[in-house]
Design a protein around this ligand. Sequence first.
Ligand SMILES: Cc1cc2nc3c(=O)[nH]c(=O)nc-3n(C[C@H](O)[C@H](O)[C@H](O)COP(=O)(O)OP(=O)(O)OC[C@H]3O[C@@H](n4cnc5c(N)ncnc54)[C@H](O)[C@@H]3O)c2cc1C
Length: 450
Amino acid sequence: MSSSNSPFKAIIVGGGPIGLAAAHALHLADIDFVVLERRPAIFEDRGASLIVHPHTLRVLHQFGILDELLPRGAELKHHLSFTADGHVFSEGNRYRLIRENHGHGPVAFHRAELIEIMYNGLPKPAKEKILTDKKLTSITTTQDGVTATCADGSVFHGSIVIGADGVYSRTRQVMRNLALKENSTRPWDPPHPYTATYQLIYGSFPSPSPAGQGYDTQSKGKSIMYFSGPERGWFFLYKRLARPTSDRTNYTEKEIDALAAEFAEFPLTKTVKVKDVWPRMLGAGLTNLDEGIAKHWSFGRIVLVGDACHKMTTHLGLGFNHGIQDVVVLCNSLRKALQAAPDRMGPDTEALTGLFEKYQAVRMSSVCSLEGDVLKSGLETRLHAWHNVWSYLLSWYLLALNVVENLFMRFVMAPEFRKGQVLDYVTREERMKGKISWIYPMSYQAKKED
Ligand SMILES: Cc1cc2nc3c(=O)[nH]c(=O)nc-3n(C[C@H](O)[C@H](O)[C@H](O)COP(=O)(O)OP(=O)(O)OC[C@H]3O[C@@H](n4cnc5c(N)ncnc54)[C@H](O)[C@@H]3O)c2cc1C
């Protein structure tokens, strides 16, 4: 068991993008950690992209990986909206406006490459704390620590567990069991707190068009998003499900092929259709597009970050970006609490419980844009798939107008982006400088540290 005078240590469950972000943030805070990842390797190429927005680029700069990352992605520059028969009904300015407002446009990365750069950007001693083939099965907690057990029988002792294990989080399940074991009548989230109304095929292929395009195709019940990078293109084919579901669905290759065939004639660009890239796929998957925010993000010494506690549709490309914000808010307060703690064991259970509850309260408040972004992402999904007559009218007649898009980006999106928080203990030069100031400036002290 964790001995009563062991130094503070975090057990991060999950070595996905948010688990790795937590590793960076804890390393920079000089807080000990271990990452337990169930897969045999950290990099696994399943074909998806990740769009990274400028407020997140600031945090990645604090991790020291921005210059390595930027040349590997494509800044989005051009936006078109098509109908299923290839008619262009809107040419938008959204990417240019984001650049003007916040100093950089959104950047499309190959997800596997982003994860690889995040991992490689950690110094050797931190990398050595990232363990693969470690599938969390159970957690026990005591008054002064936690013990995590993996499927291979290995056991890890620490002070807290940070569950970054994704949408079907085992940490979230274990936490729920512990909470209900203590009091079976207390209200708690269901085992799967999200609901999907759409399903999605994602995939990548050698890019058939110049880098920097971010296009969408809209039709009744089905829509597409397409992004082009320096080497690859990525598409996202969305279809409304017959009915919303919270069930976990595993799809077969045959189902993926059959669904992709329904989109064969849909345009990705003015000259490329889905059927043109489908024979050249480099990777593809089909998943339900879960949406929702868990009500309970922590219990005692266990806390959740990333998709484990919130999930939004992919239309605004914000899920990863919000996971990064979780890590920033959590690690800023954790570091302060550790500095204020009387000994190296860190805060006691009661203080940690309070800290985790406050972290959730901040993330759910208007200080952050999480709640609104889950709603806006879901709305965008429904607008593109003409979910009902209002979605169709809004998307086709109102939002296609540049003047409306300009107002939306300036008065709806920009105030949310500028709320992006940064690690308050890492000094770096501000690289994202646009017309709109950040609420949380980088604490850059030019020559002080040299
Ligand atoms: C197709 C698609 C496109 C997307 N595009 C964007 C985008 O453009 N921009 C954006 O911001 N977001 C996007 N998202 C959302 C984004 O991918 C997620 O928000 C992000 O990956 C969440 O990261 P995570 O680390 O919390 O979870 P995950 O990425 O799911 O990682 C969880 C990790 O935990 C591991 N794990 C699970 N269970 C266990 C266990 N029991 N023990 C140990 N390890 C375990 C898993 O193997 C995995 O490595 C997209 C999502 C999808 C599906």
